[in-house]
Design a protein around this ligand. Structure first.
Ligand code: GLU
Ligand code: ZN
Length: 316
């Protein structure tokens, strides 16, 4: 069950039939951590007799690596993780995001912001607020106009400023994670008015993921726990835009020897999928991380047979 507390009314009911997805950013080939998210979401979809979609989140063009999307697809296929509908690319979906931005504008919920990270940090420190190094700064609302207004389409084309979403004064989001149980976030004090379109003209992950999950009729989002702190923002956007909230499930992260999340920044090595033995070995590591026990461990098993056994072992 999804519990959501905000001033907006409940979203419409979800479409029938399980629809899950894997939504990698093409910042490099799959590593052990991203394979866990791919396998977990694939198994959950298969166990539920649902569909599993692949969406390439190549919005952050400066960070996208040319060819990584193709590499990811090849790695998934080598692991037997096939998808059910055409692959989608966020870079081709600008019109959908622009429509959502215009809608938020009509609700008088966005405003332009010219603050740099440095000015935000200065304002916060003047307010006596220290942000721990590994945490995002809570935006103090410096540029927020009062009263709020609707901007012209011409104004909205201004890509020299960031566009932020104005939060209501009390904005607590609660939801039940399939693995972690009840989760809550006070968006005002923990996040602040967040950016919808950046000052380089790029739409943010928060907006794009919400628009695309809804457009693709996603009912279940199974992804890594590193994204948990984004879920409150996404549910809030769903409420405003009148979109359904999927069931969320955040999977345990794969950490490196220093206890840090695997990522390109920590130089995570890509999974090896040149032959079936290698791919199966990577799948077995990912399954172990997901807590799957008693899977067939022989050498003479095909990936398809192993995936079937893993699907049976998966607790939906
Ligand atoms: N593209 C995001 C990432 O690779 C994941 C998006 C999601 O699963 O919601 O971190
Ligand atoms: Zn500002």
């Amino acid at each position: 069950m999804i519990l959501a507390v905000s001033k907006f009314k409940n979203p419409p009911s979800q479409p029938v039939g399980y629809r899950g997805r894997f939504a990698p950013s093409p910042t490099g080939p799959l590593h052990a951590g991203s394979l866990v998210a791919a396998l977990g979401s694939w198994l959950d979809a298969r166990k539920n007799g649902g569909k599993w979609l692949l969406r390439i989140e190549d919005l952050d063009t400066p960070r996208s690596i040319p060819g990584a999307d193709q590499q990811i697809q090849a790695q998934l296929l080598a692991c037997g993780l096939s998808w059910d509908e055409d692959v989608t690319w966020q870079s081709q979906r600008q019109a959908g995001y622009e429509k959502a931005l215009e809608q938020l504008n009509l609700f008088k919920l966005i405003y332009p912001c010219t603050c740099s990270r440095q000015t935000i940090a200065q304002t916060l420190s003047q307010m006596g607020i220290q942000t721990p190094r590994n945490q995002e700064m809570v935006y103090p609302g410096t540029c927020r106009p009062d009263p709020s207004s609707v901007y012209s389409l011409e104004d909205l084309k201004n890509t020299q400023v960031a566009w932020r979403l104005a939060l209501p004064s009390q904005c607590t989001i609660q939801f039940e994670d399939a693995l972690l149980g009840i989760q809550g976030q006070q968006l005002n004090t923990q996040v602040g008015d967040f950016v919808i379109r950046r000052n380089d003209g790029l739409f943010t992950y928060q907006l794009a993921v919400v628009v695309d999950d809804a457009l693709q009729g996603i009912t279940h989002v199974v992804r890594g726990e590193d994204l948990l702190s984004n879920t409150g923002r996404q549910i809030h956007l769903q409420h405003i835009l009148g979109l359904p909230t999927p069931q969320y499930c955040h999977l345990p992260l794969v950490l490196d020897a220093h206890g840090e999340k695997l990522s390109k920044q920590t130089l995570a090595t890509q999974i090896q999928t040149q032959n079936a033995q290698q791919a199966l070995a990577e799948l077995r590591k990912a399954a172990k991380h997901l807590g799957l026990r008693e899977l067939p461990d022989g050498e003479n098993i095909t990936i398809a047979e192993w995936l079937l056994a893993a699907t049976h072992a998966w607790k939906a």
